[in-house]
Design a binder for this molecule. Structure first.
Ligand code: FAD
Length: 317
């Protein structure tokens, strides 16, 4: 079966969950080959990539790769596409992943699909567009299919591969060196998972009522090991930081479970969450549009419903 290249997302040598998802997806369509572009491949990362089916791990760790942003990854992948003729290239639909995908498409004269939420036979990708109002199935018809897949689109499943390491030397162009990393500052990380990657997201909206009341949302999120999100009404009111806004002008999330508490379900909010696998809405208005989208709904005051839910979840753990 043809090789499918998967660009690895990693933080300080730790492989991110989205990469394991992409490897699982690649395995269903061909032979997964991981592409590691960063400081030396750690034994733990190598083991993890092999555990999830990487037959080959292409490793590019030169300072050219490590010290320059985005462009070298696209050049590395373009070089591998020319040398290995893979059946497809998969990247995570993160801000960086999508930029790499776009640059790679230009370099290889190929088609690119971004924000896919599924990928099937013949590399037909599923996308949810126009604020989630339309589902599209699309296929690249030119060059090597390049697909940026959203985190949480597939459940990662281990199935060991050979994990054979192969060093790759990249002949980086001058343009590829034009933006250099001058400093790396470690982001303060809370105990909660990153919003766009979390398997469960609990979001609060205007119905939460105040910044202090967001502790109710955080309590449920912590009981479930979830990330916290917020509607724009809540972030604009200053109740929760803007970086946690979900929606058209915020983050796009595609978790296994999305719990919307005190959120009406405006189209701009839906745009950021409606590809979630299961949606639960808690709203005191039975006519709230969010119920049209929800798999499960509770009509009630979130200040009563959410603490009870948190208590029940905690009890059962
Ligand atoms: C260009 C543009 C971009 C936008 N981008 C975004 C975006 O990225 N993300 C986003 O979210 N919005 C975005 N919006 C705003 C969007 O249109 C809505 O105004 C916003 O999503 C409303 O947030 P909300 O549901 O929290 O508030 P509301 O619409 O006011 O809904 C509050 C809900 O809470 C319920 N409620 C009230 N009290 C309780 C209670 N005690 N218990 C249970 N339920 C209760 C109410 O019944 C109501 O349904 C954008 C708008 C525009 C024009």
């Amino acid at each position: 079966m043809s090789e499918i290249l998967v660009l690895v997302e990693q933080v300080e040598g730790e492989v991110k969950k989205v990469t394991l998802e992409l490897l699982t997806l690649a395995r269903s369509l061909g032979t997964p080959a991981a592409v590691w572009a960063g400081p030396g491949l750690t034994p733990e990362a190598k083991a993890r990539l092999a555990e999830y089916g990487s037959e080959t791990i292409y490793v590019a760790s030169s300072s050219d790769i490590v010290d320059h942003v985005v462009a070298p990854k696209a050049e590395l992948l373009a070089q591998l596409v020319a040398a290995k003729s893979p059946a497809a290239v998969l990247v995570a639909a993160t801000a960086e992943g999508k930029e790499v995908a776009g640059r790679l498409a230009v370099k290889t004269d190929s088609g690119v699909i971004t924000d896919a939420v599924g990928l099937g036979e013949g590399f037909v990708a599923d996308q949810s567009i126009f604020g989630g109002g339309v589902n599209v199935h699309s296929r690249v018809r030119r060059g090597t299919p390049i697909v940026a897949v959203r985190p949480n689109s597939t459940a990662p499943e281990a199935a060991p591969g050979a994990g054979a390491e192969e060093e790759v030397t990249v002949a980086l162009s001058d343009a590829g060196r034009s933006a250099r990393v001058v400093e790396r500052v470690k982001q303060e990380k809370g105990a909660r998972p990153e919003l766009t990657e979390a398997a469960i997201v609990v979001s609060g909206g205007r119905g939460v009522g105040s910044a202090e009341n967001f502790s109710v949302i955080e309590g449920l999120a912590d009981a479930l090991g979830a990330a916290v999100g917020a509607s724009r009404a809540a972030t604009d009111a200053g109740w929760y930081p803007h970086q946690f806004q979900v929606g058209q002008t915020g983050k796009t999330v595609s978790p296994q479970l999305y719990i919307a508490a005190g959120i009406s379900g405006a189209i701009q909010h839906r745009a950021g969450m409606q590809t979630a696998k299961t949606i639960v809405a808690i709203n005191k208005d039975p006519e709230a549009p969010i119920f049209e989208l929800a798999d499960y709904g509770v009509v009630g005051d979130l200040h009563q419903v959410v603490p009870q839910l948190t208590e029940e979840v905690t009890k059962r753990k």
